[in-house]
Ligand binder design. Sequence first.
Ligand code: NI
Length: 169
Amino acid sequence: MALLPILHYPDPKLRTKAKPITEVTDTLRKLIDDMFETMYDAPGIGLAASQVDVHKRLIVIDVSETRDEPNVYINPELELLGTVMQAEEGCLSVPGYYEAVERVDRIKVTALDRNGESFTQEASGLLAVCIQHECDHLDGKLFVDYLSSLKRTRIKKKLVKLQRQQAHS
Ligand code: NI
């Protein structure tokens, strides 16, 4: 397994719309394993392939405290249920920032698993929020897009400055 570099906002590659996966192969399963390793190492609770510069419709999630409940969603299709609520979100592509975002508290997702088998899952709470957040990545959307442009610009400026400092150190 290998750790994959994570793209950081405002990298324009994060805006790419991911393409559907047509075949679940061993190469894809290797990518899934690498994405889990990268996510656990970061550490984070979810990662979309878009964040590691692979523009395919694939997300991995583990919201368990014990870090032993890996969930894979290939070509996820979301149905929003429940009511709108505010939840605090962060993102491995927007390091260091946590902001309240409006999401629904319950969803239904249909996807393929790592064996290419179709499944449907209903989720609520943190898992529901995380699935919505990761699916946004596949459409090139980030949680900062839900914030005011003032807040978003401030975050962008600080991250650009940080990236410049890291590039020079
Ligand atoms: Ni994210």
